[in-house]
Design a protein around this ligand. Structure first.
Ligand code: ZN
Length: 187
C-alpha cells in the first residue's frame, strides 16, 4: 500500500463525524495498511482514518518502543465502554506538526472494537499509559474531536499553535468535561 498525506489542522475533514464500517472488506484492509504505512513513516504512535482523508471509523496504534518489535493494533468501529480516573499529560498529533500541549484524559479505558479479521475484541488500558491516552486521542478523531479541544491550559495552547503557524483554537469546540474535572480534583 502507500504512505498517504496527513491532513493538517484546519482541514474540514478532520472535523467531520466518521461512518461505521459495515464489512471488513478489501477496501478496509487496504485502508488499514495505508494507515500503518503512514503512521510508521511519520513516526507516529497512532493514526485515524480521517487524518488521511477517509471518514470511516478505523484507527491504528503502535506504542512499542525502538527496542521492541512492531506491535500494530487495529481498531474498527471502536467503542469506549468504560472509563475512569483522570490525568493531565502532554500530547501531540500528526495533524499538528511539532505542536505539543497538555490535555485532560481519563486514566483508564476499556474499548471494544473489531480487528482486521472482523472479529470483536475488548482491550483495557490503565494508569494513564500511552496506550490509554492514544485510544482516547484516536477515538476522538472519528467524531471530529481534536486533542486541543481537551487542552488543560487554553492560553498556553493558543501560544503553541501560533508558534507553529497553525490555525487558532476553535473555542466553540472546547470541551466541557465536568466528570474529568471532578476526577482530577479527587486525585
Ligand atoms: Zn491525532
Amino acid at each position: 500500500m502507500a504512505v498517504k498525506k496527513v491532513l493538517k489542522y484546519g482541514e474540514k475533514t478532520l472535523r467531520e463525524k466518521s461512518k461505521e464500517v459495515h464489512k471488513v472488506s478489501r477496501k478496509i484492509t487496504d485502508l488499514v495498511q495505508d494507515l500503518l504505512d503512514t503512521m510508521y513513516a511519520k513516526n507516529g504512535v497512532g493514526l485515524a482514518a480521517p487524518q488521511i482523508g477517509t471518514n470511516l471509523r478505523v484507527f491504528v496504534i503502535d506504542v512499542s518502543t525502538n527496542e521492541e518489535p512492531l506491535n500494530p493494533l487495529v481498531f474498527i468501529n471502536p467503542k469506549i465502554i468504560k472509563k475512569s480516573g483522570a490525568i493531565v499529560s502532554e500530547e501531540g498529533c500528526l495533524s499538528f506538526p511539532e505542536a505539543y500541549t497538555k490535555v485532560k484524559r481519563y486514566k483508564n479505558v476499556m474499548v471494544k472494537a473489531l480487528d482486521i479479521h472482523g472479529r470483536s475484541f475488548v482491550t483495557e488500558a490503565k494508569d494513564g499509559s500511552l496506550l490509554a491516552r492514544a485510544i482516547q486521542h484516536e477515538n476522538d478523531h472519528l467524531d471530529g474531536i481534536l486533542f486541543v479541544d481537551h487542552c488543560a491550559n487554553r492560553f498556553e495552547t493558543e501560544q503553541i499553535l501560533e508558534k507553529y503557524n497553525l490555525p487558532p483554537l476553535e473555542t466553540d469546540k472546547l470541551l466541557e468535561e465536568p466528570e474529568l474535572e471532578k476526577n482530577l480534583d479527587d486525585n
